[in-house]
Design a protein around this ligand. Structure first.
Ligand code: ADP
Length: 599
């Protein structure tokens, strides 16, 4: 047996692997692929801050030049020209370069992370998708991924940009007078302390915002997905109230985060800093340590700290949100599933022999009731054998486990006990792609993509030609109704096939099966409410589809049950009777009862 726990059934091949050890490492391992862009951001940020620092220094010099008697106009002109030149360079090249680099990085990261997430979601097993609400997945795949973009731009862009402004007074003030470093150093230390405290508070607040947003999406997705049920039961008010509650939770979390953001104390510190800076420089001036121009230059330098103080409040919040989102995304990507694609597994051409031997199975989310031997388990002690080309009808009440049997064939789920063998090879020892490509399942709830009819038919074989698609549609008795649409095979179907009737959807699904030409076909047939003309067409389509391949029919149609080679009567997950129609009529009370009920 080769089953093992991995993060996906199917790995999407990439020539590059992100680090999955933690949200920060994950995001930055994505970002460091674009290291030249990151260097661009740093150069832009440093240059921008250095040139911004030049302005107060030159202004100080200009004051000194005016104070001279007569004023030194040459010096004044030089200072003015340098200010104009440096600020043009700053605005036109450095700032623009930094912002453009940050935007590029944010967009590329969003794309890469979206790609990785999509590949990961598609690769997850069914048990994973059973346990994750679609709305929450959608929220993560759209908004959380977007938050990572915002985390880099404007988030980290502003953090890096403002950090350089934070250090500039420290670097430049010793040039005026070494003692003037005192106020910037104290400010930096207090700023560091306050910001780390702020970040600690921001983290849970940001996580709560992301989480409640996911919950709100789940509620919305479920209400819209189940809109028919909601309307059918006249539960609109109830659903609106439920959604209102989710919105209120989200809004509450948002306001809580805003409260944390509002308590960003560096804004307060800034005022204190200015007062102390002015006091210190005036004291130095009085002691004769520095001139008037130096006082002006130094106090101008302190003004640079306004940018980190102001931008910090917003930028750290974006970073915290981004990290909260990264944590949620990585949680999805790292979720383990228990099926693997078994690349080195058996890949033969399938003949269609199926053997179930003492199979027991239980859905993972019914864990508490899952002890084999206790009831209820979904399937228990199932043994039967099907020869290539045979047609098997599975009958039994709703919930008996009929669909579940078919899900074990192509390893949508794995058995808990016993084994399912296809052509004598345990399903778990098959190469998963080879196994699934040779088994087609037509589900009760036929899913059609909102693409053209031709694309929907060719879903399992995107390389099929138009002739092949039409031949399959003809065999499935679908060609005529397709040609009734004005755009024929190019007609785009609404999501979930809403523009088609149940019978039409089923025939498209059968056409899909003709095209993939599987060795095993499973037909989970729920279209009982179909008029007899359509029924007749479907019947013919199914007969053609079942010829020359092993076919499992889950059906209530007596005509189909009657001509099956093997009938399995299922009762609460166990085989109540098995055999042909004649033997079962003769030997099984349960079968006779079912048969009588269907008639
Ligand atoms: P049938 O096809 O005979 O109507 P199913 O095989 O669909 O029955 O279901 C058998 C049992 O397993 C039912 O009790 C059903 O509620 C449960 N079940 C089906 N699908 C799932 C699932 N994805 N997760 C948990 N339980 C499930």
């Amino acid at each position: 047996m080769t089953t093992q726990t991995t993060t996906s059934e199917f790995t999407v091949r990439t020539n590059w692997q992100a680090n999955h050890e933690g949200p920060g490492r994950w995001v930055f391992s994505h970002a460091f692929r674009y290291w030249p862009v990151i260097i661009g951001i740093f150069i832009g940020a440093f240059g921008n801050a250095a040139l911004a620092g030049l302005v107060p220094l030159l202004t100080g010099q200009a004051f000194d030049a005016i104070a001279l008697d007569p004023p030194d106009t040459a010096l004044l002109l030089r200072a003015a020209l340098l200010i104009v030149g440096s600020q043009l360079l700053r605005g036109l090249i450095l700032q623009m370069g930094r912002n453009f680099s940050a935007e590029t990085l944010g967009q590329r990261l969003e794309r890469d992370i979206r790609d990785e997430l999509y590949g990961s979601l598609i690769g997850k097993s069914m048990s994973f998708h059973d346990s994750y609400p679609t709305g929450d997945l959608m929220a993560r795949a759209t908004n959380d991924v977007r938050e990572i973009n915002f985390m880099f731009n404007p988030g980290l862009n502003l953090v890096v940009g403002s950090a350089n402004f934070l250090f500039m007074p420290l670097l430049m003030s010793p040039g005026i007078h070494p003692q003037l470093m005192a106020v910037p150093i104290v400010y930096l230390a207090v700023y560091g302390f306050v910001v780390s405290h702020y970040l600690r508070q921001l983290r849970p607040a940001s996580e709560a915002v992301r989480e409640t947003f996911g919950e709100m999406n789940t509620t919305l997705a479920e209400a819209i997905d189940g809109i028919e049920t909601v309307k059918g039961a006249a539960q609109e008010d109830f659903e609106i109230t439920r959604f209102g509650r989710s919105v209120a939770n989200w809004q509450g979390a948002f306001l809580d985060r805003s409260k944390v953001e509002a308590r960003f104390y560096p804004l307060l510190l800034m005022g204190v800093l200015q007062a102390f800076g002015l006091l210190h420089s005036l004291l130095l001036f009085r002691a004769g340590g520095i001139g008037v121009g130096d006082v002006i230059a130094f106090n101008g330098l302190l003004m640079l700290l306004r940018f980190p103080t102001w931008a910090g409040q917003f930028a750290y919040s974006r970073v915290a949100s981004g990290l909260a989102s990264a944590r949620r995304l990585l949680e999805l990507i790292n979720t383990r599933t228990d099926l693997d694609q078994n690349e080195s597994g058996y890949q033969g051409v399938m003949q269609g022999a199926v053997t179930f031997e003492n199979v027991a199975f239980c859905y993972a989310n019914q864990e508490t009731a899952c002890e084999i031997g206790a009831s209820p388990v979904t399937l228990e002690d199932l043994s039967f054998e099907v020869h290539p080309g045979q047609t098997v009808a599975i009958v039994g009440q709703t919930g008996a486990g009929k669909s579940t049997i078919t899900k074990l064939l192509n390893r949508i789920y794995d058995v808990d006990e016993g084994s399912v063998r296809i052509d004598g090879v345990d399903a778990r020892d098959w190469n998963l792609a080879a196994l699934r490509q040779q088994i087609s399942v037509i589900e009760q709830d036929i899913f059609l993509f909102s693409r053209s009819i031709a694309e929907n038919i060719a879903f399992g074989r995107p390389d099929a030609t138009q002739e092949e698609i039409e031949a399959a549609a003809k065999a499935a008795q679908a060609h005529d109704f397709i040609m009734d649409f004005s755009e024929g095979y190019e007609t785009i179907i609404g999501e979930r096939g809403t523009t088609l009737s149940g019978g039409q959807r089923q025939r498209l699904a059968i056409a899909r099966a003709f095209l993939t030409n599987p060795a095993i076909l499973v037909l989970d047939d729920a279209t009982s409410a179909i008029d007899s003309a359509t029924e007749d067409r479907i019947q013919r389509a199914i007969e053609r589809a079942a010829a020359n391949r092993t076919t499992f029919l889950i059906t209530h149609r007596l005509s189909q049950i009657r001509w099956a080679d093997l009938i399995i009567v299922l009762r609460r997950g166990k085989i109540a009777a098995i055999g042909t129609h004649e033997t079962l009529m003769a030997t099984s009370e349960t079968y006779r009862n079912i048969f009588a009920r269907y008639e």
